[in-house]
Design a protein around this ligand. Structure first.
Ligand code: NAD
Length: 496
């Protein structure tokens, strides 16, 4: 039951120290190393995780390689793999509330959002890719009479996945579901501060019938366990979501090791563009606020730059600031909270630093700008709106990954496009207009992998998510996600 007493009861349960999940079993690190995780709700210790090193990653990669080569999973009919993954989706749904609460205790997302975005979305991903895998056939090439050309898809082998802390289950499932459905074995390295729910998913996958060694989870620091995974010669493809700085390192590691394929889903500084002819400016203002402030702005596609046409600017910004100030910041485990905690003290300090920097560069903070509820020990911050942010400002160009909205005024459509495309990123965008032609022009002109029209957020699994520019090079979601975890093979047969 999703009610407050059930959530409170789950939140009171102790979390036992956690080992890695390698070859079907929970195991400590080879050298016994552990690390503490803190809860963003109160800054207190939540539990300890195994701190994986190169030896643990090597063991997980060896288990994954053996499982792949002996075909215990890859060799099964797609319809059989589908059955196991559908069962996993059911198990995730059975445990949805406890998974959501466990995840929130570790990462601080408000529970109302976590319930949908974490177990809800993860179950949906396993179901989607399970259902797809026995329906995608190969190709017969249009050859001349004397030859037969066949194009088939094969699993790449061992897939490494490295994921961030903001939506560990949703993003983890975007990687795991297509990789497993296609028959690969996987070694997953969750964020060091958001590993608990993904460890549990590995156990549920085993319960659903996934053979040992096919899904392994190694916890640990990025610079240690993550680096070892990215350097491993056993990994054929590496799927990553996280920061651009780490993404650059992964490309280097691939070049220094086995030239593994590396797919990057990185950050953004996504523009949400409001034209004065938008059909419903009230709705636009409300969605602009939720589009940046849910999960305290720690959303890769957050509409963190608001570009507003001059004619509506003052009224519109006032409405957004009103909505922002009315959003309830509170304990992420309260069903009433609309904004939970920032994930870490470092994340809070970073966001507050951006606010100070914006003030110093001449922006005006029209609402928010301060830490909240410091007495709880948790990492809370008021939703913050900064106006007068210019293209030269740091707040215009750099991702905060926190609850800070940068507002910039424009006069013409051409100026809006130039501002929208004025960062190194290209992940998402929003366009609000009542003109169909302008909507289509903007969809074409804005450099982004996902352009919303008269809405922001909420796209489902059926469309790909992938960045243009320095926001990445691959796609999660949709059938295109199979491209990252499958090799194409051509057979050319002489018909004599
Ligand atoms: P991060 O890059 O610091 O960490 C992400 C993962 O990489 C973690 O598991 C971490 O342990 C690991 N890592 C860190 N250093 C490593 C190294 N040297 N070698 C190997 N692995 C290493 O990012 P973060 O702070 O956890 O996540 C926030 C970032 O993720 C933001 O930039 C956000 O925009 C981005 N993000 C993008 C998407 C998307 O779909 N494009 C989705 C969510 C988040």
């Amino acid at each position: 039951m999703t009610d407050q007493p059930s959530i409170d009861a789950l939140a009171a349960l102790p979390v036992s120290p956690q080992g890695h999940f390698i070859d079907g079993r929970r195991v400590p690190s080879r050298d016994g190393a552990e690390m503490e995780t803190l809860s963003p709700r109160d800054g207190r210790a939540l539990t300890t995780l195994a701190a994986g090193g190169a030896a643990d990653v090597a063991a997980a990669c060896a288990a994954a390689r053996k499982a792949f080569e002996d075909r215990r999973w890859a060799g099964r009919a797609p319809a059989e793999r589908k059955r196991v993954l559908l069962r996993l989706a059911e198990l995730i749904e059975r445990e949805a509330l406890s998974l959501a609460v466990l995840g929130v205790r570790e990462n601080g997302t408000e529970i109302s959002m976590a319930l949908k975005a974490e177990p809800g979305s993860a179950a949906g991903s396993f179901r989607y890719y399970a259902e797809a895998v026995d329906k995608i056939a190969g190709e017969v090439a249009p050859t001349a009479e004397g030859a037969l050309g066949l194009v088939t898809r094969e699993p790449v082998g061992v897939v490494g996945a490295i994921v961030p802390w903001n939506f560990p289950l949703m993003i983890g499932a975007w990687k795991l579901a297509p990789a497993l459905a296609a028959g690969n074995s996987v070694v997953l390295k969750p964020a060091e501060t958001a590993s608990l729910t993904l460890l549990r998913i590995a156990e549920l996958a085993a319960e659903a019938g996934l053979p040992d060694g096919v899904l392994n989870v190694v916890t640990g620091q990025g610079a240690v366990a993550g680096e070892a995974l990215a350097l491993s010669p056993e990994v054929d493809a590496l799927l990553f979501t996280g920061s651009g700085a780490t993404g650059r390192r992964l490309l280097e590691y691939a070049a220094r090791s086995n030239l593994k394929r590396v797919y990057l889903e990185l950050g953004g500084k996504s523009p949400n563009i409001i034209f004065a002819d938008a059909p419903d400016l009230d709705k636009a203002a409300k969605v602009a606020a939720t589009g940046i402030f849910r999960n305290a702005g720690q959303v890769c596609i957050a509409g963190s730059r608001l570009l507003v046409e001059d004619a509506s600017h003052d009224e519109f910004v006032a409405a957004v600031a009103r909505h922002a100030a009315a959003m309830l910041v509170g304990d992420p485990l309260s069903l009433a909270s609309e904004i939970g905690a920032l994930h870490s003290e470092a994340q809070l300090r970073r966001a507050l630093g951006f606010v100070e920097g914006a003030r110093a560069e001449g922006a005006e903070i029209v609402t928010g700008g301060a830490r909240l509820m410091e007495e709880t020990g948790g990492w809370f911050m008021a939703p913050t709106v900064a106006t007068g942010v210019a293209p030269g400002h740091r707040l215009f160009r750099e991702e905060v990954f926190g609850p800070v909205l940068a507002v910039t005024r424009f006069r013409t459509e051409a100026e809006a496009v130039a501002l929208a495309n004025g960062t190194e990123y290209g992940l998402a965008a929003g366009v609000w207009t009542g003109s169909l032609s302008r909507a289509h022009r903007m969809v074409r002109a804005v450099r982004a992998g996902l352009v919303h029209v008269n809405t922001y957020g909420g796209s489902d699994l059926t469309v790909p998510l992938g960045g243009h520019g320095q926001s990445g090079n691959g796609h999660d979601k949709s059938l295109h996600a199979f491209d990252k975890v499958q090799n194409l093979k051509s057979a050319w047969i002489d018909l004599g």
